[in-house]
Ligand binder design. Structure first.
Ligand SMILES: Cc1cc2nc3c(=O)[nH]c(=O)nc-3n(C[C@H](O)[C@H](O)[C@H](O)COP(=O)(O)OP(=O)(O)OC[C@H]3O[C@@H](n4cnc5c(N)ncnc54)[C@H](O)[C@@H]3O)c2cc1C
Length: 388
């Protein structure tokens, strides 16, 4: 029988999405003495992902320093307007009040991941395996054995699961998750506007579900609109003109007139948090560990901080799979997870119903935020990915 040659690595990363590619890049730069392998089922070339994402100010700064934003359009968010349509509560955040050039930046997820992929390919100690899917994980005392769908066995001292919401690594390690299904679908699309948003981003809670608008170049805006199951079924049948009419009606005219809409894509929205993120010689990060409702645009920002803290934890360790280093990582991530999940989940649940005491409570909260500068600044810093 033919023996297959075994590839060995210090670190194997399952998943070359935003978080996996970023981790591959940062870790290979930080540890030139380590051999790193990234396995990504997608073939070479930019992914088809149409997502437009908001990077918090701190994330944008970090990605800029890595050169990951070079050559791609990124639109600054200078102001954020949060409101409850039909009620008085509203608040505004402004970059100049926080002494930053922008509260965040808006980029195309596929352009960003492609830039990260190209930078990974430049790293001499990183081997990017396109078109390769991880199929099975076996933990041994001194290493972890990975079965890949190309039939090539891989041994690594540490496995990083960055394989997204339906993580095989999480499943193979039998890590349970707390899951809350919002019963909602996120509809994403690009809107053409009669006038540019001029750096304004909007989060508007409406009777037809929360709507977020992010500023883009060329008088366009990225739309994330959350629907219930029944609303989604109806919305999928709408023509472009009907969609525009419903969207304008729901959002109002605060951002001017909507004049065109791209193809719509619908994503089921859940909150998932793995009960633990580290295991023997393995760790799950990014959406494999936590998936959030996109209303506050925090998912990748949280994943980016997973990468940063993981790299810090592994900066000086001899054994990449050192359980002490992994435990330090897990402990250091807890506070951030709790704060961001509370923020996102609180926004979705707090603004998803018209029960009078809830309406009064949330409008009072928005008014308080608007009129209490220190509270507003703490909130702005949280959304910018900075310590409040
Ligand atoms: C509608 C919407 C809008 C959003 N807007 C924002 C925003 O404005 N700001 C923000 O910060 N976040 C936003 N997010 C969240 C953000 O997109 C995610 O947090 C981010 O993409 C997670 O990256 P990831 O690399 O962890 O996972 P993914 O992007 O899902 O990547 C996982 C990768 O793993 C690969 N993979 C899967 N299975 C295997 C396997 N068995 N072996 C090897 N590889 C595998 C996949 O091919 C994929 O490339 C939004 C999400 C949605 C749905």
């Amino acid at each position: 029988m033919d023996e297959k040659p075994v590839t060995q690595a210090d670190v194997a990363i399952a998943g070359g999405g935003l978080v996996g590619a970023l981790t591959g890049l940062m870790l290979s730069q930080q540890r030139p003495d380590w051999r790193i392998v990234v396995c990504e089922p997608r073939p070479d070339g930019p992914p088809a992902d149409k997502r437009i994402i908001a990077l918090a100010a701190a994330s944008a700064q970090r990605l800029k320093s890595l050169g990951a934003l070079d050559g791609i359009d990124s639109t600054p968010i200078k102001h954020i307007h949060i409101s409850d349509r039909g009620f008085a509560g509203a608040t505004e955040l402004h970059a100049e009040h926080e002494n930053v050039e922008a509260l965040g930046r808006v980029v195309s997820a596929s352009e960003l991941v492609n830039n990260l992929y190209l930078s990974c390919r430049q790293q001499p100690n990183l081997n990017w395996c396109s078109g390769v899917r991880l199929e099975q994980v076996t933990q041994q005392q001194e290493h972890i054995e990975l079965s890949l769908d190309n039939g090539q066995p891989l041994l690594a001292k540490l496995l990083i699961g960055a394989d997204g919401q339906n993580s095989l690594v999480r499943e193979q390690l039998r890590v349970e998750s707390d899951v809350y299904d919002y019963g909602q679908f996120g509809c994403i699309a690009t809107l053409d506007l009669k006038q540019p948003l001029n750096g304004w981003a909007y989060e508007r809670f409406t009777e037809a579900g929360p709507i977020a608008l992010l500023p883009m170049q060329n008088s366009q805006a990225s739309l994330v609109w959350s629907f219930t199951e029944a609303q989604r079924e109806a919305a999928e049948q709408w023509s472009d003109a009907e969609f525009l009419r419903h969207c304008q009606q729901a959002f109002g005219y605060r951002a001017g007139l909507f004049s065109g809409v791209s193809k719509r894509v619908f994503y089921p929205l859940i909150l998932r948090r793995a009960k633990r993120s580290v295991h023997h010689r393995s760790v799950i990060i990014g959406n494999a560990s936590h998936a959030l409702h996109p209303i506050a645009g925090q998912g990748f920002n949280l994943g980016l901080r997973d990468t940063e803290v993981l790299c810090e934890s592994l900066a000086t360790t001899g054994d990449p799979g050192s359980f002490r280093a992994l435990q330090r990582y897990e402990q250091n991530r807890e506070r951030d997870y709790q704060a961001i999940i509370k923020l996102t989940d609180g926004l979705v649940r707090g603004f998803s119903n018209r029960y009078l005491p809830t309406v009064v409570g949330r409008n009072s909260a928005l008014m308080l935020l608007q009129h209490c500068a220190p509270l507003k600044s703490a909130f702005a810093r949280l959304t910018m990915g900075m310590q409040p």
